[in-house]
Structures are given as C-alpha cells and as structure tokens.
Design a protein. Structure first.
Length: 229
C-alpha cells in the first residue's frame, strides 16, 4: 500500500472524530446563499481551506524530515515516532489523561483570535477553513508524525494533502447536512481509534527497522551526504 493511501485512511477514519470537534465550527459559518449549489460551494471552499493548510504544515515539517534524513537520523526518528504513537494510543485506550502542553496553548492564541475575528466579520468559508487547519487535533498530529518520516518537503506536503483528502468526504457531508452522523455512531467509531493509532505506531517502528519489505519496511536509502563522499 502506498504511503499516500495510508495518509488518506488516517484522514478518513480521523474525520469521524473531526465531525465532533471541528464540525461545530463549520456550522457556525453561515452561508449567505439560498441556492443549494452555492451552499455546497461554500462548504467545498471551507474544506479546501483545511486541506491547503494541512499541505502547508506538511511542507514545513517536511523540511525538518529532510534534514533528519540527510543527517542519517531518519531511522531513529521513525522508531521514536512509532513508540510515541503507540503510547498515545494505549493512553487513549485506557483513558489515561496526558498533561496539556501549555506552550502549544500559548502558540495557538493568535489562531484562536484570528478565527474569532473571521467569524465576527464574516470572512467566509475559505478563510475559516484555512484557520481551522491550524487548530490542535490528535489526528493531524498523527498525520504530521507520518509526514516527518518522508524524505522531502514535497513528499510530506503530498502526504498531508492525502490526509486532508481523506477527511473531505465525511466533513463535507457533515457540514452540508449539519451533522448527519449521530453521537452514538461517532462514539462507536471513535472507540476503534486507539487501535488504529497502535497499528500505525507499529508501522512507524517497522519502517525504522529497515527490514527491506516494500512499503511496510523499506530498506534504508543512502543519504545525499553519504553519496557525496
């Protein structure tokens, strides 16, 4: 399975969680149109904004991943990422509360203020979608953990694009129908999320082990530094 398909399925399954967390924000942006196709266009713009932001975040973290790859640290990063994701999945499975990151909360103050300003001044669905992509989300972090394990910024951006694409179908349906999926259904699907996280964590670990298994655990490539020697 291609790494981009893995990103897509992270987004697809994670979008069930997104409906409950980000859905209310999308519902809070009223459409100024009455024709159904214009309302759908607004919701498309909202989701397009999210996907663009996810791709941008992937591009940024891809530069970090590229430096790690050039430094020969990619294997260790993949192993560490896998272990952290497994621990996060186990913590969620057993309902263990993790300490909140105060630094992250401070960094997100400008995003929250910008969102509030955009909603108050009716900036439109696209702008709100762009800002929404910066909000903290466990599945975005999970996808970024996968993106940092890619070999280039463009690959990481593409990984996050496919993640955003995976969130697209359910989020579009939810924003159009104002929440077609009931809380009971979301709870049932959310209960499977820790298992998905643990499986992905093991996949990151396998990638770090470089077992020469295509897609699952590919052999380590020579870094550009090594090639130049």
């Amino acid at each position: 399975m291609s790494i981009n398909w893995i990103a897509f399925f992270i987004g697809l399954f994670g979008s069930v969680h997104c409906i409950g967390m980000c859905g209310p924000l999308a519902f809070a942006v009223p459409s100024l149109h009455t024709r159904w196709w214009l309302i759908v266009a607004d919701k498309l713009l909202y989701n397009l904004g999210r996907i663009i932001t996810y791709s941008f975040l992937g591009l940024l973290i891809g530069f970090a991943g590229r430096q790690l790859w050039l430094s020969g640290l990619q294997q260790g990063v993949s192993l560490l990422t896998g272990l952290l994701v497994i621990m996060a999945g186990i913590a969620r499975l057993f309902r263990i509360r993790l300490a909140r990151n105060k630094t992250l909360s401070v960094l997100l103050i400008p995003v929250n203020k910008s969102l509030k300003y955009a909603l108050q001044h009716k900036a439109g669905h696209f702008i709100v979608g762009l800002l929404n992509g910066f909000l903290p989300c466990g599945f975005v972090y999970l996808a970024l953990a996968g993106a940092v394990n890619t070999v280039s910024p463009l690959t990481a951006a593409r990984f996050m694009f496919f993640f955003g694409l995976g969130t697209f179908p359910l989020m579009l349906l939810a924003t159009i129908s104002s929440g077609f999926m009931g809380p009971a259904v979301r709870r049932r699907i959310n209960s499977a999320m820790p298992y998905l996280m643990i499986c992905l964590g093991f996949w990151f670990v396998l990638r770090g082990l470089n077992l020469n298994i295509p897609y699952l655990s590919p052999a380590k490539q020579q870094s550009a530094t090594a090639i130049c020697k």
